[in-house]
Design a binder for this molecule. Structure first.
Ligand SMILES: Nc1ncnc2c1ncn2[C@@H]1O[C@H](COP(=O)(O)OP(=O)(O)OP(=O)(O)O)[C@@H](O)[C@H]1O
Ligand SMILES: [Mg+2]
Length: 334
């Protein structure tokens, strides 16, 4: 007789089409009972189009019936809400006091760093009116789904991505939405996207301290927020504003990241502080938050982003950023 555990283990070989993660990783396996030579499995149909359901059922039967002493596998579907199936250990939001400082870039790099460290990672592009994550990752596939939920799209290195841009008929369609609708969309992302089991979900927020970060903090159980900024005269004031908002919502500021701190010119082996003196450490101290690191202006990185190949960026700076994040997250528990 096969044990329940053996059955669950065998189901790890059954992949969800279009996302290529197993039905176990997507948390679709609801119930397993094994008695004698008979095994019964109940799967959630959440996010699965009929063809995918059929395919998974056939595959699941096949792998279970290959187990020793199993003669008959019965696989059934049940309805479940995406929200109830998601098991995400850490939700980390990336915000900034002002636009264009590199939130999306930092969100992308953090996800890449964590994925490289072996974690299961997703990115939610919560910038409804200016989504840029799919472009950086070169993604255009349309997410599939059903009444129960929608499945993210998988990036080249295996990061789950969800963005309003993937759901629009054309990537260039502009969205003119009012605040409440944006809030609703973000909330809906929280309820309808089936992420499955993730170690980290990185949320790329729109700039500023308006509705979107508020909605996110109210409706997602976030572990904390990372604030991104660039060197400039008013940086401390702008960062403080963002940090105060997070703390007012009783959420943790996991740390701050300074982007575009300097440009390195190899010919003269010099760092040029293009936007003024770097104040990363100083700003972190001023707002009493950990300094997670600084990123230089790197034309190579800008090019990769434009080409949709951000995952090819392999500077050690990315690794360090990921390590710093893991450290602060684990230092504070959940
Ligand atoms: N360190 C960097 N080196 C090179 N290019 C960068 C760097 N940081 C950001 N960029 C480029 O600057 C642009 C803005 O970055 P990004 O989209 O990440 O900013 P953002 O804060 O998310 O903007 P928004 O407020 O519009 O959401 C992008 O084209 C990105 O490729
Ligand atoms: Mg952005």
């Amino acid at each position: 007789m096969a044990s329940e555990e053996q059955v669950r283990e065998s189901l790890e070989a059954v992949l969800v089409p279009s996302i290529n993660r197993s039905i176990v990783a997507m948390n679709l396996v609801r119930e397993v009972t094994a008695s004698g030579e008979k095994v019964n499995v109940t799967l959630a149909s959440t996010g699965l189009i009929p063809d995918a359901q059929d395919w998974i059922k056939t595959k699941a039967k096949e792998v279970i019936e290959k187990l020793p002493d199993v003669n008959d596998a019965n696989v059934e579907y049940t309805d479940a809400k995406a929200k109830d199936l998601n098991e995400i250990d850490h939700i980390v939001a990336v915000m900034s006091g002002k636009g264009g400082v590199g939130k999306s870039l930092v969100s992308g790099l953090l996800a890449i760093a964590l994925k490289r460290k072996g974690y299961e990672v997703g990115i939610l592009d919560a910038d409804i009116t200016g989504p840029s994550i799919p472009r950086m990752f070169g993604l255009s596939a349309r997410p599939s789904g059903n009444e129960g939920g929608i499945l993210p799209v998988l990036s080249g290195s295996g990061i789950e991505v969800m963005s309003i841009n993937l759901l629009l008929p054309s990537e260039d369609d502009a969205i003119i939405w009012r605040g409440p609708l944006i809030g609703n969309t973000i909330k809906q992302f929280g309820e309808d996207v089936l992420w499955g089991k993730l170690d980290y979900l990185i949320v790329d927020l729109p700039p500023g301290t308006a509705d979107a970060p508020l909605t996110l903090m109210q409706s997602f159980p976030i572990s904390g927020v990372i604030v991104v900024f660039t060197p400039q005269d008013l940086v401390q004031m702008i960062v403080r504003k963002a940090v105060n908002m997070v703390r007012k919502m009783e959420k943790r500021v996991l740390g701050v990241v300074e982007n575009m701190s300097y440009l390195y010119v190899p010919e003269i082996d010099k760092r040029i502080e293009v936007f003024g003196r770097s104040r990363g450490e100083e700003t972190a101290r001023a707002v009493n938050a950990p300094f997670l690191g600084q990123l230089p202006i790197d034309p190579k990185l800008a090019k990769l982003c434009d080409e949709g190949k951000i995952e090819r960026y392999d500077d050690e700076i990315v690794t360090r950023l990921g390590e710093a994040l893991v450290q602060v997250v684990s230092a504070g528990g959940r």
